[in-house]
Design a protein. Structure first.
Length: 294
């Protein structure tokens, strides 16, 4: 399998390589030893520790990409279910209010201020987003880039949060697109790879999300191989530094929810059941969340 560069130059984002799931699969599971990643400490038979690659060998990662990852999917489902159950038990998702010149009831404050749109109608969640399914789509972008010192549990947490966000949005009537990306910086230059994992209206594939977004072997074996299959510079024993998409780049891609790269020893969530992190993402997508317990 020869190397092919189909990157586009995207301003400050640098080189951006669009991927399809089938192309990702072809490169990451190519049995030809000549096409193995240039980083032997992470992609071949070495470095199978729990913290680095979740005790997953290169051969096992190929199997999981091709046949699925039932253990990881089960764990991701369990954690996501606990997270969602706690969220729905402790918070309510309020109806939206539509203001117009006619409606079900009026607001005396608006009347006294002379506002013509003083009549209100409550819109239930199912109705609130019915038009969004045909129009506005919520785009979720997960940057899988991660520094070397993050362990397997943190990477799985990221996959679980991405899964929970998409699942909750769709249960509330939103139509969601999910894209995995990897954005790196090396010697002052930037490279990025983009992989759509779910189109609007398409059912969420747990195997794709759990392994590609949530498994350390998914990143440190499969993604490493895809990255070095392109014309990314040979940087020796390092793969460069994770870097985030800028706000301008996210706006250009019409991204609504962004789960960023993991670097500097921090995560944007606190532990496995950070309801605040989930609520922030839901509100970003237009879901009105009541802080009052149900």
């Amino acid at each position: 399998m020869s190397k092919r560069s189909n990157a586009t130059n995207d301003g400050s984002a640098g080189k951006v390589y669009p991927l399809t799931y089938q192309r990702f699969l072809e490169i990451a599971t190519d049995p030809d030893p000549a096409n193995k990643c240039r980083y032997p400490h992470s992609i071949t038979q070495n470095a199978t520790s729990k913290s680095w690659a979740d005790s997953t060998s290169y051969e096992q990662s190929i199997t999981r990409l091709r046949q699925g990852w039932p253990e990881g999917v089960a764990k991701a489902r369990e954690l996501a279910s606990k997270l969602e159950s706690r969220l729905t038990a402790e918070y309510s998702f309020a109806t939206d209010t539509k203001w117009d010149v006619t409606g079900d009831y009026f607001d005396i404050g608006r009347v006294l201020e002379g506002e013509p749109d003083c009549w209100a109608s409550d819109i239930e969640l199912d109705d609130q987003f019915s038009n969004d399914k045909k129009g506005k789509i919520v785009r979720v972008l997960v940057n899988v880039a991660v520094s070397a010192h993050y362990n397997a549990d943190i990477l799985l947490e990221r996959g679980v949060y991405a899964l929970a966000i998409v699942d909750l949005l769709e249960r509330m009537g939103k139509s969601v697109e999910l894209v995995a990306s990897c954005k790196l910086e090396y010697n002052g230059k930037r490279w990025a790879w983009e992989l759509p994992l779910k189109q609007a209206g398409e059912e969420l594939s747990m195997d794709r999300v759990a392994f590609i977004v949530g498994s350390p072997a998914g990143f440190r074996r499969s993604w490493f191989r895809v990255i070095t299959h392109t014309d990314y510079p040979d940087s020796g024993m390092s793969l460069g530094m994770p870097t985030d998409w800028t706000e301008e780049e996210l706006r250009k891609r019409e991204v609504d929810i962004y789960v960023g790269a993991l670097m500097s020893g921090r995560t944007p969530w606190q532990g496995k059941t950070d309801l605040g992190f989930i609520i922030k993402q839901l509100e970003t997508a237009g879901i009105k969340v009541s802080k009052e317990a149900v």
